[in-house]
Design a protein. Structure first.
Length: 476
């Protein structure tokens, strides 16, 4: 039994099912005259897809005229206080008998070989888990001699678990449990790969592990998306094995999404997973990944599970990023200075340019900009860097703009003012505003450009900008 609440995924609507009927009869004692729920895993969420009212005999039936996708499902307690797991695959007409007094020992099934096998697997793993946990506790206080014996026993128990799983996979191919267990496996390193002595051995171990990480996994098998472990496997692959740079990540996304496209559930799962991951980037180069996702998988495609608001969010974010992708020329900015003269960012000749978007009404800006000026005078000016400051009108009167500039002696910067009127005029004319072109989510926002106004770094602190600049000056 596991406890937790059922959650809904943010971007998807009610699950769309394949044809044919399901009918799952549930006897769940001691509950009566209460609703129970049917849900399933979907990454780290548990969407509810059906409910049924228990009668006086503690009986209820989940049924529908469309077949359920295969996967690990959850029968939720009344009031959603907990749940137990079942498998649903090809056989979708079966019975469940459960009792809270004995549920720790397993649930009974009729006409469901998949779940009989699943229950046996759960009971075996529970027993082995308790035994292994006990041995791990013993080894903490054992003598040196006993520790060796316990360690040997732990290896034996681990081997028994592996052999049990392998036996299920080998002898029950085609069943959902066999498929799930096969997809959970990870490559086993042996010999020099297990204990690499040289750099070449380490590289070979990495290549083997990465190359075999997805053995046993078919990305067109939607059943994997209805499990609690598949998302963790995807996360591990990208966090530990994929080179953190845009071309490598994009290649891996396409490697998965290509075959997944023939299965609606897996396609839905992976697209939601990747969109949520790259919607707000952890690293500057991830803008390219999100734009690639949009252009290849969303720009000219519609999905039944994606509502209009979700598509708009993705589209707006992509358009905001397209104009400021790392390594590309920054969008031109041409705005009036304090005298009303229009100043072009591209007219500023400098080895490097920091573009600072700020708001005269922003308290944090008033703290950061003087520190930015200190770095400018201490290090950056000598390196040929200039600062192009864009003050965005929000709540403060225009006089606060130059008042702050004069108070903190920021006269060596190039200052322009982005008024609400200028912003409205651009949008009315169908021209993206500077806030969209530079993806301004907060103030201050800093960009570092090279001599050709290509984007070197963006949305970093002034300290991080300095670190990047020092590396660039060293030719790194």
């Amino acid at each position: 039994m596991k406890k937790g609440l059922f959650l809904l995924t943010l971007l998807c609507s009610t699950t769309v099912f394949a044809q044919n009927a399901y009918e799952i009869k549930v006897t769940f004692k001691p509950f009566k005259k209460q609703y129970i729920y049917l849900g399933h895993y979907f990454g780290k969420t548990y969407p509810i897809i059906d409910s049924a009212l228990l009668n006086e005999k503690s009986e209820a039936v989940f049924k529908g005229n469309k077949k359920l996708p295969g996967g690990i499902y959850l029968v939720g307690y009344p009031n959603k206080t907990g749940f137990f797991e079942i498998l649903i695959d090809k056989q979708q007409k079966f019975s469940i008998i459960a009792d809270t007094a004995t549920i720790k020992n397993g649930v009974q099934f009729q006409n469901s070989p998949d779940n009989v096998m699943f229950t046996g697997y759960q009971q075996f793993m529970s027993a082995k888990g308790q035994k292994i946990a006990g041995l791990q506790q013993q080894i903490k206080t054992a003598s040196k001699t006993d520790s060796v014996l316990i360690a040997t026993q732990l290896i034996k128990e681990d081997s028994a678990v592996s052999a049990y799983r392998e036996n299920i996979i080998t002898k029950n191919q085609g069943t959902i449990l066999s498929t799930l267990l096969a997809s959970m496996q990870e490559p086993v390193l042996t010999g020099k790969l297990k204990d690499p002595a040289t750099k070449e051995d380490s590289l070979a171990a990495y290549a083997y592990y990465k190359g075999h990480f997805w053995d046993g996994v078919n990305f067109w098998d939607g059943r994997l998306s209805y499990t609690p472990f598949f998302e963790d496997k995807v996360d591990k692959y990208f966090e530990q094995l994929v080179v953190p740079q845009p071309d490598s990540v994009i290649k891996e996304l396409d490697f998965m999404l290509g075959p997944a496209s023939i299965n609606e559930e897996m396609s839905r799962f992976l697209l939601i997973k990747f969109v949520n991951r790259y919607l707000n980037q952890k690293y500057m180069w991830e803008d390219q990944v999100f734009v690639h996702l949009f252009e290849k998988y969303f720009a000219n495609k519609n999905y039944s599970w994606l509502n209009e608001q979700g598509k708009k969010t993705i589209t707006d974010r992509a358009y905001s990023l397209m104009a400021n992708i790392m390594g590309t020329p920054a969008a031109e900015i041409a705005l009036p200075d304090s005298s009303g003269k229009t100043i072009s960012m591209y007219d500023i000749e400098a080895a490097y340019t920091v573009v600072a978007f700020w708001d005269p009404a922003c308290g944090h800006c008033k703290e950061v900009l003087p520190k930015l000026d200190s770095f400018y005078h201490a290090k950056w000016k000598a390196a040929g860097l200039k600062i192009f400051a864009v003050a965005k009108e929000t709540d403060a009167p225009k006089k606060d703009w130059m008042g702050f500039v004069n108070e903190y002696h920021l006269q060596e910067w190039a200052h322009v003012y982005y008024s609400k009127a200028d912003d409205k005029a651009r949008i009315t004319a169908g021209i993206p505003g500077y806030s969209q072109l530079y993806d301004i989510q907060s103030f201050p926002t800093l960009y570092l450009l090279d001599k050709d106004k290509r984007i070197i770094a963006k949305k970093l602190s002034y300290q991080q900008i300095d670190e990047v600049l020092q590396l660039k000056m060293k030719g790194q």
